[in-house]
Design a protein around this ligand. Structure first.
Ligand code: NAD
Length: 470
């Protein structure tokens, strides 16, 4: 982010204030909702091969109006407390927006994971889990981490395993963390969930013709030109689904070392494989390589999807952005100041607090699966298939001829876990989009979707506080 813009935390708070001002809340309630309840800084030593090393980590619990509090753990060399607080606040609002019954939390460890072996990372992660547990910041009913930048499935299993060791009598121990591998209590579809949610959110935008018109767009996703920044977990899945399933044309992909551009469209899978093999985009012949990747944010396109990190669109470049729609897959990619410039230009922004909520939504499904100790679909799949077979029999006897085999298979297929997870996620993203739009359309003080999303969250949280203090 360029100097002169509000910090990430100040941006989140400024967006909150705009939304709270548009609502008629009891005196002081907005301040209570906005305030971060607790932040814990932990310093702990770990014995590694070269000797003892001290690590600094944080866990912020932004709110406790519902428990558990939920939010990822980030491993990054630039992690700091302010960023953790901003992300924890966003989690509170995000969960409320998508009607997931969690409060917001977030954690980070100041570390460059690439500098450590797998064994060292396991050792460090288990120590971090002990520190969190010791301070009451880990547990299925209190605080449930998940992966974020620099962390993944493997680390989540180490945390779950460590917690299980510390609490051998806790039957729901595995629900202390989400984003685990499926064989260790995870749920199908969690890895792709945030990218999938981004796809569902953009699809829902195109179902609302007035929104499409306001963004100076027309039609549907087919043939739309998209630029995506960040080919990591979120960016890769979003880009792949939009290209392969919706017929969108990905014209540019931006990574740390530069960008690839091809007006006719890039093959996302091919570029992802290149990045996995070489750790960079340079050298990939799928498009023209642009060394200054940030410049590619400013190329003409229909949709710009920042899916890398915060603050990439700031006062310094907002004026040059040519996209008609910005779909915020990353957390905080547009600063508060840039937001104002873009809105004045007529750019339609689908905000992060809504659009990247697919991860926490499917984490919620995983948590439910862990608490119920049963895979989704296990109880009813065969039953639904048997019902389908009966319906087919009735139809066939009514029309006096057999249905074609493909139609039969479709009708008889009972839902498996991945189908149910995708269906629950799609429903969540569609419902939340409609709630935000309704808030925007019905409140004359609200002029954009970010404010509407925050207002939708604040209204629901305020209702919970109201009923607590009846
Ligand atoms: P990731 O580490 O898997 O991927 C990030 C990608 O962005 C990497 O490929 C990295 O090389 C690239 N990148 C980093 N800085 C860049 C820059 N300046 N320019 C271009 N590319 C850059 O992380 P992720 O999990 O995909 O998360 C991306 C964003 O989405 C973050 O803001 C994160 O907080 C947010 N988010 C992630 C999830 C999730 O489920 N993973 C959920 C909600 C929000």
């Amino acid at each position: 982010m360029q100097s002169g813009d509000l910090s990430f935390l100040d941006s989140v708070n400024a967006s909150f204030d705009l939304a709270a001002d548009a609502l008629n809340l009891p005196n002081g309630l907005a301040h209570q909702i906005r305030t971060c309840n607790a932040v814990c800084e932990m310093k702990f030593g770990v014995e590694l091969q070269g000797g003892y090393e001290i690590f600094t980590g944080w866990r912020a619990t932004h709110s406790e109006h519902i428990l558990p509090a939920k939010g990822g753990i980030r491993y990054a060399p630039f992690a700091d407390q302010q960023e953790v607080e901003a992300l924890a606040a966003l989690m509170t609002y995000k969960c409320s927006i998508v009607n997931v019954p969690f409060a917001g939390s977030k954690g980070a460890l100041c570390i460059d994971p690439k500098k450590y072996s797998l064994e060292e990372l396991e050792h460090i992660t288990r120590r971090f889990a002990q520190e969190l547990d010791k301070r009451g910041l880990l547990g299925p009913g209190v605080n449930v981490p998940a992966p974020d930048m620099g962390t993944g499935q493997r680390m989540m299993s180490w945390i779950a395993d460590e917690y299980q060791k510390l609490h051998p009598n806790e039957i729901n121990a595995r629900a202390c963390v989400t984003g685990k591998p499926v064989h260790f209590g995870g749920v199908q579809g969690r890895i792709e969930a945030t990218g999938r949610g981004v796809q569902y959110g953009i699809q829902e935008f195109f179902r609302h013709k007035d929104d499409v018109k306001n963004a100076n767009l027309s039609g549907n996703l087919e043939g739309k030109h998209i630029i995506i920044q960040g080919l990591g977990n979120v960016g890769y899945h979003a880009a792949k689904f939009l290209e392969e399933e919706d017929g969108a044309i990905i014209t540019a992909i931006i990574e740390r070392d530069g960008a690839l551009f091809n007006e006719k469209g890039l093959n996302v899978e091919l570029i992802y494989q290149h990045k996995m093999e070489h750790g960079k985009l340079e050298g990939c012949t799928a498009g023209t390589f642009i060394k200054d990747g940030n410049k590619a944010l400013e190329l003409p396109c229909d949709i710009l999807i920042p899916a890398a990190m915060e603050g990439v669109i700031s006062k310094s470049n907002a004026d040059r952005i040519q996209a008609k729609l910005i779909a915020e897959a990353a957390n905080g990619p547009v600063t508060f100041d840039a937001d104002k410039i873009l809105l004045k230009k007529g750019v339609f922004i689908i905000p992060d607090s809504y659009l990247n909520a697919g991860g926490v939504t499917v984490s919620y499904f995983e948590w439910l699966k862990n608490l119920s100790h049963v895979r989704f679909g296990r109880m009813d799949r065969r039953f639904i298939e048997a019902q389908g077979a009966k319906i087919i029999k009735l139809i066939e006897s009514g029309i006096d001829k057999p249905l074609d085999e493909v139609a039969k298979m479709e009708l008889m297929k009972g839902p498996d876990e991945i189908t149910l997870v995708r269906s629950g996620l799609e429903d969540t993203m569609c419902e939340a989009y409609q709630e935000i739009k309704e808030m925007h359309d019905s409140n004359p003080k609200i002029h954009d979707r970010r404010t509407a999303a925050y207002a939708s969250a604040i209204r629901k949280i305020a209702d919970i506080y109201d009923s607590m203090y009846l």
